[in-house]
Design a protein around this ligand. Structure first.
Ligand code: FES
Length: 108
């Protein structure tokens, strides 16, 4: 089973099992990682925002324009930001590391 790591807001790293075909958002929910995902993957919010660790960013599929548009609204946007609901686990992504942003929509 592939694994991935979530880096929590306080810097704690949590390695979890990441079943193929599930999105990073779904994997987070399975393991009670605090990513909201208010629209459940329909690209209508930005609360599933995650920051991908630099080395991994280039290995991901390019984001669609719709994803880019939603990302523009995300709080704490960074160069390697992506929407967790759009990142689907594949064998290539075994070991993926993503960080939770400083917040979602409370501020800004
Ligand atoms: S859950 Fe809303 S865009 Fe990802």
């Amino acid at each position: 089973m592939p694994k991935m790591t979530f880096v929590e807001r306080d810097g704690t790293r949590r390695e979890v099992e990441a079943p193929l075909g599930l999105s990073v958002l779904e994997i987070a929910h399975k393991h009670n990682v605090d990513i909201e995902g208010a629209c459940e993957g329909s690209l209508a919010c930005s609360t599933c925002h995650v920051i991908v660790e630099a080395g991994w960013f280039a290995k991901l599929e390019t984001p669609t324009e719709d994803e880019e548009d939603m990302l523009d609204l995300a709080f704490d946007l960074q160069e390697t930001s992506r929407l967790g609901c759009q990142l689907i686990m594949t064998p290539k992504l075994d070991g993926l590391v993503v960080k939770l942003p400083a917040g979602s929509r409370n501020a800004g």
